[in-house]
Ligand binder design. Sequence first.
Ligand SMILES: Cc1ncc(COP(=O)(O)O)c(C=O)c1O
Length: 250
Amino acid sequence: MGSDTGAFPAGRDVPPFIVLEVVRAAGALEATGRRVLHLEVGQPSTPAPRAVLEAAQAALGSDLLGYTTANGIAPLRGRIARHYAERYGVDVDPARIVLTAGASGGFVLAFLAAFPAGARVAVTEPGYPCYRNTLLAFERVPVPVPVDGTTRFQPTPALLEQAGPLDGVVVASPSNPTGTALTGSELRDLVEWSSGRGVRLVADELYHGIGYGDPPPTALAFGEEVIVLNSFSKYFSMTGWRLGWMVLPP
Ligand SMILES: Cc1ncc(COP(=O)(O)O)c(C=O)c1O
């Protein structure tokens, strides 16, 4: 923990992403012949969908697979826009969609684009450590917001008020590690609180489609100023493909 601002230490002092150390240690054990039950990363037990595998095989044989435009190929961006219409009833212009190297690559681009060096960005504790690490690596300042069972491990406007001045907030619903999701009205409150204060809300929606009960709403339903991150890793079971997307403000 850092100074009296309550922020993590800034600069190059980036803590390790310990899960990858566990992956390495588990792999070393497996190499010695031990059987390892892997629970360390969120790895779906299924392969990519059959239609994806077939399309990829066809593309390998027929497509040059060269450079694309910076924002990614238009057919996929258009199809993702249609996904928002079909799943959420939300209209998203494909021009707002940018394909990324997984959500992880999206964090880098989003944090660099949205926040200047030194910007204070709220992240929940507990939370997915890569938000903090990516912010630190690029000299943005992650501001820890402790959450517990009283708010189902999600941030609220009241908790954000206690975090001091903020430039941004990262919200993950469903969250890693707790799995809890924000309701529509809770997410709306956070979007409205943020936009009313010039605080950029970054919503990690990677676990949409994996859950019980009603599907969680997208932050895009409540405002155009949010940045949404998502990827094909979890719901589409494509972690190794490193393919994700961002939806950016117009
Ligand atoms: C909440 C959350 N966001 C992002 C990621 C990384 O996603 P990607 O594989 O798209 O980089 C993970 C991976 O486990 C995650 O749990």
